[in-house]
Design a protein around this ligand. Structure first.
Ligand SMILES: C[S@@+](CC[C@H](N)C(=O)[O-])C[C@H]1O[C@@H](n2cnc3c(N)ncnc32)[C@H](O)[C@@H]1O
Length: 296
């Protein structure tokens, strides 16, 4: 690496090496070009929020070395970029992440940006982000709905320590409460207008087939029993009690969508649609959840 090269050349080299490797994209990017941007800009200390990038910028040999070191780590370790940089992007905002939390990527971000239109009868005053991990879903919702009071809850103390950092990072200490709880167990008597939940929903079989990158994430954040529905079942059984009249539950079940349909063939789930990719997000009203528990 004796000579300087342009930023564009540096990006191109990175794309080429990523494409020639067996890295899996799925933790914030879904292709080598976007991943190369993230990697090169991080290595060079340039904010991914920079709007006017100078692609002719000279990258000297020392900086090329930094890019190469990060790239080799990404390729050989299969550690997702977000864990290498300690940061992930969700709802257009940066979130602190460690390997104690799932890397934010829920399509629920798109629903938040659209203010859940047309699914809410009124702006939610009280929101619960169940299985919050890094806090990304609840924090983004608090930012979108400026007067909402939001509760973030997770069973993992380690994950909640990361959520605390993100609440502080986005200056939401006044409107966000954090509770460590096994689902609803320690939530008290709260009644919410909106429950958002991205729980673990990966079946044991699917877990055994996941690319290496996913195995860097907490097992607790992904694995959910033989059919992937261990937590989903408990949320369906417990949620209505914590919902105000007119409230809705919006829950991601990803690739377990068909398993949910098979398990509750009589329930008229609303499956939400996404412009920017994603699937397996359902909506149920309090009334539908009550009807489900009446029928079991
Ligand atoms: C798929 S991750 C989602 C994290 C975050 N909401 C997101 O979208 O990035 C699921 C989270 O559920 C938490 N979790 C697993 N079992 C739980 C339980 N019984 N009660 C509460 N949280 C649980 C895990 O610790 C993990 O943080």
């Amino acid at each position: 690496m004796a000579n300087s090269i342009t930023l564009q050349q540096c990006l191109d080299k990175c794309v080429e090496q990523l494409q020639g490797s067996d890295v899996f994209f799925g933790h914030g990017t879904n292709n080598a070009v976007d991943e190369a941007y993230w990697l090169v800009l991080s290595a060079l200390g340039i904010s991914p929020q920079s709007t006017e990038l100078n692609f002719g910028l000279r990258v000297d040999p020392a900086d090329q070395e930094k890019v190469q070191t990060l790239l080799e780590k990404r390729i050989t370790s299969a550690i997702p970029m977000a864990y290498l940089t300690g940061e992930a992007w969700f709802y257009g905002l940066p979130f602190t992440v460690t390997s104690d939390v799932l890397i934010p990527r829920s399509p629920i971000a798109e629903l938040i940006a659209e203010r859940f239109s047309p699914w809410l009868a009124y702006p939610p005053a009280r929101v619960l982000d169940l299985c919050t991990g890094s806090g990304c879903i609840g924090i983004a919702t608090a930012l979108e709905f400026e007067s909402a009071l939001v509760t973030l809850s997770d069973i993992s103390k380690e994950a909640l320590l990361v959520a605390v950092k993100n609440v502080t990072r986005h200056q939401l200490q006044q409107r966000i409460k954090i509770i460590q709880s096994d689902l609803f167990k320690h939530l008290g008597n709260g009644e919410y207008d909106l429950i958002l939940c991205n729980p673990p929903y990966v079946s044991d079989e699917e877990m055994s087939e996941l690319p290496r990158e996913y195995l860097q994430e907490p097992d607790l954040g992904l694995r959910a029993g033989a059919d992937g529905l261990d937590i989903v079942r408990r949320v369906f059984a417990g949620a209505a009690k914590y919902m105000a009249d007119g409230a809705v539950l919006i829950m991601e079940v990803g690739n377990s969508e068909q398993a949910v349909i098979n398990a509750w063939p009589e329930v008229p789930f609303t499956w939400l649609e996404f412009e920017h990719g994603g699937h397996g997000v359902l909506l149920l009203t309090k009334e539908q959840l009550l009807a489900m528990s009446d029928s079991t």
